[in-house]
Design a protein around this ligand. Structure first.
Ligand code: RTP
Ligand code: MG
Length: 148
C-alpha cells in the first residue's frame, strides 16, 4: 500500500492543530503507520528541503522548521500521496480552497501548517529521512476489509 510523509509544522503544533489534522486523515480512512513529536536539527532541515536550497526563502524555511517541535507522521492508503496533497491545499494559504487544511487554518506561505510529500520518490526519501524501519507499524484493521 502507498505511504506518504506528512508533518504538522511548528506553527500547527503551537496552534494546537495536531488533533484536528490527524483527525482529518483518520476520518478520511487512511491508516497511520507511524508518528512522533520531534525537533528538527539544522542538518535534517537542510536535507529535507534540499530541493529548495537555491531559493531566496531557503534560510527562512530552515529557520522556521527548526523553530519548534513538529509532528512527523507516515500515512498509508490507496493514492495517499496525491490525496493528502489535495487535503492540504495550495502552498500559499490565500490560494488554498476552503475545506483544505491550509485553506481553513493557514495564514501566510511561510507558516502553512503542514508538509506533505509531493511524489512517490519524495515520500520514500522523506520517510527514510525521518523514521527508522522499526518506528513504522504494519497492522491490519480487519473488521471491515475496505477500511485500510
Ligand atoms: P511543503 O514542501 O512544505 O509540503 O510545501 P509545498 O510542497 O506545498 O511547497 P514547496 O514549493 O515545496 O515549498 C516548501 C515550503 O517553502 C515555503 N515557501 N515560502 N516565501 C515564499 O515565497 C515561499 N515559497 C515557499 C512554504 O512554507 C512551503 O510550504
Ligand atoms: Mg514541497
Amino acid at each position: 500500500m502507498e505511504k506518504t510523509f506528512l508533518m504538522v509544522k511548528p506553527d500547527g503544533v503551537q496552534r494546537n492543530l495536531i488533533g484536528e489534522i490527524t483527525g482529518r486523515f483518520e476520518r478520511k480512512g487512511f491508516k497511520l503507520a507511524g508518528a512522533k513529536l520531534m525537533s528538527i536539527s539544522e542538518e535534517l532541515a537542510q536535507e529535507h528541503y534540499g530541493e529548495h536550497k537555491e531559493k531566496p526563502f531557503f534560510g527562512e524555511l530552515v529557520e522556521f522548521i527548526t523553530s519548534g517541535p513538529v509532528f512527523a507522521m507516515v500515512w498509508e492508503g490507496e493514492d495517499v500521496i496525491a490525496a493528502a496533497r489535495q487535503m492540504m491545499g495550495a502552498t500559499k494559504p490565500s490560494d488554498a480552497a476552503p475545506g483544505t487544511i491550509r485553506g481553513d487554518f493557514g495564514m501566510i506561505v511561510g507558516k502553512n501548517v503542514i508538509h506533505g510529500s509531493d511524489s512517490k520518490e519524495s515520500a520514500e526519501r522523506e520517510i527514510s529521512l525521518f523514521f527508522n524501519e522499526g518506528e513504522l507499524v504494519d497492522y491490519q484493521k480487519d473488521s471491515l476489509a475496505w477500511v485500510y
